[in-house]
Design a protein around this ligand. Structure first.
Ligand code: F6R
Length: 612
C-alpha cells in the first residue's frame, strides 16, 4: 500500500525523504509527493514514480529540516496529480499524508461541505485534513489534539502524518490498522511505514500500536497518546536490518536477487531448527505449544496470494505426514463467511509482510472465537507477528520485489518442518522416514543452487514462448499449488493471462483452450503419479499444445514427449515444491524482462496490501 516517511532533525529533509520514498516504493508507485516546511509549506506531487517527482521539484523550495513524503497505491480516486498526497487543508496551513482507507469519508465530506469546506481531490485523505482543520480552528487546539479528536470521528484504517506550516518544529503521526514506525536517531527523528527508510540512521524504533497518536518535537521530546487521550508507555526496540539487504547488490532487479538468494534464505529459515545427523528438529514458537498442535482437531491455514499457495501445500503436508485434518482459507473469504471455529482448532496465518489487512482480520475473527493462532511471518515486529499467540519467523530478509519468491520457499521450509515434527511427535511417520525427510530438507539449499545454474536454459525457453497471450500450468498433488503459484508469477509480472489447474482437471474444461499457440507448463516431478502425468501430457500434445515440463533428472519418458524440459534433482515428494517452484520463478522473470515489463513494480500491484 502507500509508503510514508517523515523527518525532523538538523539535516536537509528532502534528500532523506526522497531516498526513503525510493525504499518504500515497493508499497505503491501510482503517484508520489513531498511537503517541506521552510517559511511555508512547499508541496510537490505528481502522478508516477519517485523519479517523476524528482523531475518536477524546484530545488530552491525544498531546503528545510522538517518534511514528509508519500508514495501512493490508489484506493479512492484515480492515480493523478491532484489525488497524489500530500493533501492540504482549506487554508493550506496543514498537510497530510495517509496510508489506508477512511470508510466513512463520504458522510464526513458531506458534513464538512455544509460547513463551507470545498475539496479539490476525490480522495478520502483530503476529507481527513479538512476535518482536522475544522476542529483545530473551531476549538483553537494544538495540532495533535485536533488530530486526536478528528480520529475519534473516523472509521477505517490509517497511518498518517500531519504537518502545520506555522509550527515548523513538530510532526504529528497516528495509526490504526496500517503500520507506522517511529525512528529515534541522534537528534533526528523519523516516522515511516516500515523501518527501511530509517535503518541507515538508527536502529532504535517504536512500533506504534493501533489508535495511538505521536507528537514529535524537534528537540527530541515525544509523546504517544491513545485515541482516548491516555499517555502510552511504548517500548523502544532494536531493529536487526542492514542497509545491504535493501540494495539490489549488483542484480538487475530485486526479484532476480531474491530468486538467487534462495539457497541462502532457505538455509536461514532452518538455521538452528534441525539436525538430521542428530535426529532432532524444533521450532521455538511451536515447542511451547506442542500439545495444542498434537491435540488439534483441525488445522486451518489462512492467507492471501502467494502465501495462500504455501498454505495449500501445507494442507498436503499436514494431512499426509501428520494425519491432522487441515483446511485452507482465503483470509478475505474466511473473515466474512461466518466460519465454524472452535477452541480446539489451531489457526495458522501466513504473511510475508505481516501487514495484510484481510489476513489480520481473519486472525482477529478466529481469536474472538477462542482459537489458538500461530503466525508464519517474515517481517519482524509486524502487526500480524504481534497479533498472533505464537509463531515462527521465516527469516528470509526483506523481500522487496513485488512478486514474492524467496518468502514462498521460506514459508514452505517452515511449514515442511512443522509437518515433519508433528508427524514424528504423533507417531505417524517412522524414525527412519523422519530422519530421511530432515536430511533431504537440509540438502534443499544446495539443490536449489543447482537448479539456478540452469538459468540460461530457462531463459531460452522464455524466449520461445514470450509472445503468448495465455498459458496453462498443470500439476498434481503437492505440485498442484505450485502450478497455481507459477501461473500467478507469470500473470503478475508479465501480464500474460495464465491459469493453474490440477493436471487431471484439464479435461473437464481447460482442454478446450489448447491449440498450437498455447504453452502448457507441467510440473511433472511426482513419482506417485508419473504415469498419470504422462497421460495428461499426451492429451496436451494430441491437441498440439506446447509442453514445457519440469521433470526429475533422468526422466527420459517425459523428455521424449515435451517440447522443452527443465530437469531438477530428485527429492521426496513432500519436499518437491521447494525445488519445482524455482524454475517457474525464473521462467516468469525472463518472460517479463523480455516483454519489457517493470518486474519489481508490476502495474496495479503493491507489496503490502493493508486495505481490504
Ligand atoms: C504475489 C504476492 C501476493 C502476496 C499477497 C499476500 O507474488 O506477493 O500475492 O503473496 O498479497 O501478502 P503477504 O504474504 O504479505 O500477506
Amino acid at each position: 500500500m502507500c509508503g510514508i516517511v517523515a523527518y525532523v532533525g538538523p539535516k536537509e529533509a528532502y534528500p532523506i525523504i526522497i531516498e526513503g520514498l525510493k525504499r518504500l516504493e515497493y508499497r505503491g508507485y501510482d503517484s508520489a509527493g513531498v511537503s517541506i516546511i521552510n517559511g511555508g509549506m512547499h508541496t510537490f506531487k505528481c502522478k508516477g514514480k519517485v523519479l517523476d517527482l524528482e523531475k518536477i521539484i524546484e530545488q530552491d523550495k525544498v531546503h528545510g529540516t522538517l518534511g514528509m513524503g508519500h508514495t501512493r497505491w490508489a484506493t479512492h480516486g484515480a492515480p493523478n496529480d491532484i489525488n497524489a498526497h500530500p493533501h492540504l487543508s482549506g487554508d493550506s496551513n496543514l498537510a497530510i499524508i495517509h496510508n489506508g482507507i477512511i470508510e466513512n469519508y463520504s458522510t464526513l465530506r458531506t458534513a464538512l461541505e455544509k460547513l463551507g469546506h470545498t475539496f479539490v481531490s476525490e480522495t478520502d485523505t483530503e476529507v481527513l485534513i479538512h476535518l482536522i482543520e475544522e476542529i483545530r480552528n473551531t476549538e483553537d487546539l494544538p495540532l495533535e489534539e485536533a488530530t486526536r479528536r478528528a480520529l475519534t470521528k473516523v472509521v477505517g484504517a490509517y497511518a498518517i502524518v500531519v504537518l502545520d506550516k506555522n509550527d515548523p518544529n513538530k510532526i504529528v503521526g497516528a495509526k490504526n490498522s496500517s503500520p507506522l514506525v517511529f525512528g529515534l536517531g541522534e537528534k533526528e527523528f523519523f516516522l515511516a511505514s516500515d523501518a527501511s527508510p530509517i535503518v541507515k540512521f538508527t536502529d532504535k524504533v517504536i512500533y506504534l500500536e493501533d489508535e495511538e497518536i505521536i507528537t514529535i518535537h524537534r528537540d527530541g521530546d515525544y509523546e504517544i497518546r491513545t485515541i482516548e487521550n491516555e499517555v502510552a508507555d511504548p517500548e523502544i526496540k532494536q531493529i536487526d536490518l542492514n542497509i545491504e539487504e535493501l540494495e539490489k547488490g549488483g542484480y538487475e532487479h530485486f526479484m532476480l536477487k531474491e530468486i538467487y538468494q534462495q539457497p541462502l534464505t532457505i538455509a536461514e529459515s532452518m538455521r538452528g531448527r534441525l539436525s538430521a545427523d542428530e535426529g532432532w528438529a524444533k521450532l521455538g514458537g511451536m515447542e511451547q505449544h506442542l500439545n495444542r498442535f498434537k491435540q488439534a482437531k483441525r488445522i486451518v491455514l489462512t492467507a492471501c496470494g502467494t502465501s495462500w499457495h504455501a498454505a495449500m501445500i501445507a494442507e498436503y503436508l499436514f494431512e499426509d505426514l501428520a494425519r491432522i485434518p487441515t483446511e485452507v482459507e482465503y483470509a478475505s473469504e474466511f473473515r466474512y463467511r461466518n466460519p465454524i471455529i472452535s477452541p480446539d482448532d489451531v489457526i495458522i496465518a501466513l504473511s510475508q509482510s505481516g501487514e495484510t489487512a484481510d489476513t489480520l482480520a481473519a486472525i482477529n475473527l478466529a481469536k474472538s472465537k477462542g482459537a489458538f493462532i500461530y503466525g508464519i511471518v517474515n517481517n519482524v515486529g509486524s502487526t500480524i507477528a504481534r497479533t498472533t499467540d505464537s509463531g515462527s519467523y521465516i527469516h528470509c530478509g526483506p523481500e522487496i520485489g513485488v512478486a514474492s519468491t524467496k518468502a514462498f520457499t521460506s514459508q514452505l521450509t517452515v511449514l515442511t518442518l512443522m509437518a515433519i515434527i508433528l508427524g514424528y511427535e504423533k507417531g505417524k511417520i517412522s524414525e527412519g522416514y523422519y530422519r530421511q525427510l530432515l536430511s533431504e530438507l537440509e540438502s534443499v539449499p544446495s539443490l536449489v543452487a543447482k537448479i539456478l545454474t540452469k538459468a540460461d536454459q530457462i531463459k531460452y525457453i522464455a524466449s520461445e514462448i514470450r509472445n503468448t497471450s495465455n498459458a496453462l500450468y498443470l500439476g498434481r498433488g503437492y505440485n498442484f499449488p505450485v502450478a497455481l503459484e507459477g501461473a500467478l508469477k507469470l500473470k503478475e509480472i508479465s501480464y500474460i493471462h495464465a491459469e493453474g489447474y490440477p493436471a487431471a482437471e484439464m479435461k473437464h474444461g481447460p482442454i478446450a483452450l489448447i491449440d498450437m499457440y498455447m504453452p502448457v507448463v507441467v510440473i511433472a516431478t511426482n513419482k506417485s503419479a508419473h504415469e498419470k502425468i504422462v497421460s495428461n501430457i499426451q492429451e496436451v500434445k494430441a491437441r498440439k499444445g506446447i509442453v514445457v515440463a519440469v521433470v526429475t533428472e533422468g526422466d527420459h519418458i517425459i523428455k521424449g514427449m515435451a517440447d522443452f524440459t527443465i530437469e531438477i534433482p530428485y527429492i521426496e515428494e513432500p519436499l518437491s515444491p521447494l525445488l519445482s517452484v524455482v524454475p517457474l520463478q525464473l521462467l516468469s522473470y525472463y518472460i517479463a524482462v523480455m516483454r519489457g515489463c517493470h518486474v519489481d513494480q508490476p502495474r496495479n500491484l503493491a507489496k503490502s496490501v493493508t486495505v481490504e
